[in-house]
Design a binder for this molecule. Structure first.
Ligand code: ADP
Ligand code: MG
Length: 629
């Protein structure tokens, strides 16, 4: 077949294939145009998940009659006066309106600022009509009907009305975060109306879009490296989500979904969050427009940085520092949610008749506090039984719990290397002060073999002993990596672990680093590794499982991350294998040593998987629960 030049309609349809993937992409383009037009109010209406109708109304500068037909023609734009190096608008390609017009029925009504008349232009699957006079008091109304109706290939791939409608909301939320002063409203028969009123500042808009609880459970980020700035809020690791929909990333005010940025965000949380959880974050990157190319893809969601390493380092570094500085903060979500539930149940409990069989089934406390159902009263098992002194809990307040501890009893439990982590509370100078004055208070009891209950000045703290210990071991391992090597224990007979050849390669490549952690390995044939020593800190472990986990870890982060963060991952994996499992009974001084260790340890408020290591209940809250306030 001979080479021919495609006609304009075909060219527009081809462009539309890239710009317009689904109704939400149309909304993105139209709302971006309204933002570029300087609007202060933008209203979006949808029907049928955007498949039947999309309408965007703004009060921006409008389009003069003479330019309306250009606006719907390809490669016509009012925005590129500064060249591609200095893009200050969201649009610049002059492709959106003609693309949409080629695959739908498009109408653009507009009244340009300072003009007395409004005009309308129609484009029906590429066929243009107008402009002709119409009625409109100000701004622009763009309406799109029957999107993709004549493009069956695309129509087939659209999701349900609900999913498309949700995708539209997502696009609007992202743009609303980028433009806090603009009022956004999104309504239609396929949804409940959402309004983001004009906000005073970014903080207020973040509250509207992401939620007030996010603001309360995040740290603020403000970092700069070589004229690249990063600002915004990063959710506490314990405030994680099951998907990445709550990650809002912006480059020079443009919402993006760039892979490198998303991976940098993950990198910042890598230490403190499980792989299957996702952080919540609103982050703005600001840099000289000449240092970033936004013209990578027609949808403009990807960007390319001149120096991606710098940007990645800035993000990862800023997040890690913020979490380390936030120290002993745990998400309030867990405690607040539990409180709400307790209170809700407490409300339906009728106080009368009060009986003194509090812990019997159906008793006064049974509903609100989930007392053991089977429990016939057994004085020996009662929480009020006289305590044996060797037991975990004690009724009289010990004046100084920790001083009674034999030195380094805490060490033995925590398995810490001496000195470094100073978990040994009895050796600490504060040991003579009232333990309740410590942030995590004085240990009073251990429940269900895993929960330490401590009394603080303001209320009580419940610690997940396994999670907390895992964190401490991890931090100790990290210190060991950067300081002196950890002691190891020789195995009597080397253990041979069979692995895939490339897993074995990867592990042996890092044999030096692993040796610092006390794990001595050697190549043993093409597809096996011999383990001669294991880290003493871990005690008895399943060596084969540890090696498999480690090689998975190295495979995942091997190519992308820096050597240090790779090693930090190794440490996290090792820590997980060696932590005090729940179920182990701790003595009071061991518990207090753990609490003091947590207070001294950076990022101690969550375990390596991002679960909280402790929750705090204020005395206020407890009193409210009992109706004392
Ligand atoms: P781009 O935004 O890349 O310039 P578009 O096809 O989206 O390309 O829009 C073409 C032109 O139409 C814009 O450059 C702008 O001048 C004008 N325009 C589109 N939408 C609006 C609007 N809501 N208000 C004012 N002008 C608009
Ligand atoms: Mg545009």
């Amino acid at each position: 077949m001979a080479i021919v030049k495609l006609d304009n309609h075909l060219i527009d349809q081809i462009a539309a294939g890239e710009v317009v993937e689904r109704p939400a992409s149309v909304v993105k383009e139209l709302v971006e145009n309204a933002v570029d037009a300087g609007a202060s109010r933008i209203e979006i209406a949808t029907a049928g998940g955007g498949k039947t109708l999309l309408r965007v109304t703004d009060d921006g500068c409008g389009i003069p009659e003479g330019e309306l037909s250009l606006a719907v023609r390809r490669h016509c734009t009012s925005k590129l006066s500064g060249g591609l190096e200095k893009i200050a608008t969201l649009g610049f390609r002059g492709e959106a309106l003609p693309s949409v017009g080629s695959i739908a029925r498009l109408s653009v009504r507009s009244r340009a600022e300072g003009h007395d008349e409004a005009f309308e232009i129609l484009v029906d699957h590429g066929r243009c009509e107008g402009p002709r006079p119409t009625a409109l008091s100000r701004g622009t109304v763009v309406e799109v009907r029957d999107l993709f109706q004549k493009v069956p290939a695309r129509l087939k791939f659209l999701k349900s009305e609900r999913a498309e409608s949700a995708a539209i909301t997502d696009v609007v939320r992202r743009l609303a975060l980028a433009e806090p002063e603009i009022r956004f409203e999104i309504a239609g028969p396929d949804r409940t109306t959402t309004v983001f009123p004009a906000a005073r500042d970014m903080g207020e808009r973040i509250g509207q879009v992401v939620g007030e609880d996010f603001a309360a459970n995040s740290v603020s980020i403000n970092a700069e490296r070589e004229d690249v700035r990063l600002t915004g809020l990063a959710g506490l690791p314990t405030f994680s989500r099951g998907n990445s929909l709550q990650q809002f990333l912006f480059v020079n005010g443009r919402p993006v979904r760039d892979k490198m940025l998303v991976s940098a965000l993950r990198g910042g949380y890598a230490d403190v969050m499980a792989k299957d959880r996702h952080p919540v974050a609103v982050l703005f990157l600001t840099l000289d427009p000449a240092l970033v190319d936004v013209n990578v893809h027609p949808a403009k969601a990807d960007v390319r940085f001149r120096d991606p390493g710098l940007v990645r380092g800035l993000i990862v570094g800023a997040l890690r520092q913020a979490f380390a500085e936030s120290g002993l903060r745990s998400s309030s979500e867990g405690a607040a949610g539990v409180l709400a539930r307790m209170r809700a149940k407490a409300d339906v409990v009728t106080p009368a008749p009060r009986r003194f069989d509090g812990f019997a089934p159906g008793g006064y406390f049974a509903e609100g506090f989930a007392a053991p159902k089977q429990a016939p009263y057994d004085p020996g098992a009662s929480p009020f039984r006289p305590l044996d002194t060797a037991g975990a809990a004690t009724i009289e307040r010990p004046r100084n719990v920790t001083a009674e501890a034999p030195p380094s009893a805490g060490m033995a439990m925590a398995g810490m290397p001496d000195g470094d982590m100073a978990t040994d509370a009895s050796a600490a100078p504060e040991a003579s002060t009232e333990p309740e004055t410590y942030p995590l208070g004085a240990a009073r009891a251990q429940l269900h073999g895993n929960y330490i209950v401590a009394e603080t000045e303001r209320g009580l703290v419940i610690v997940d002993q396994h999670a907390a210990h895992e964190r401490l071991v991890y931090e100790a391992l990290k210190q060991a990596i950067h300081g002196r090597a950890l002691p190891s224990q020789m195995l009597l007979i080397p253990e041979i672990v069979d692995l895939a050849a490339d897993d074995a390669d990867r592990l042996c490549e890092h044999a030096g680093d692993l040796a610092r952690l006390g794990l001595g390995i050697e190549r043993f044939g093409p597809a096996a590794v011999a383990v001669r020593e294991t880290p003493a800190i871990l005690g008895q472990i399943d060596v084969a499982r540890l090696l498999r986990d480690l090689s998975d870890e190295l495979a995942e982060f091997g190519t992308r991350d820096t050597v240090t963060s790779r090693i930090d991952h190794v440490a996290a994996t090792v820590a997980c294998h060696g932590s005090v499992r729940s179920g182990r009974t701790l003595k009071l001084d061991e518990m207090n040593a753990l609490l003091r260790g947590m207070e001294r340890t950076p990022s101690a408020s969550q375990c390596n998987h991002g679960r909280p290591t402790f929750i705090e209940l204020g005395l206020d809250d407890i009193e409210k629960l009992f109706g004392r306030r």
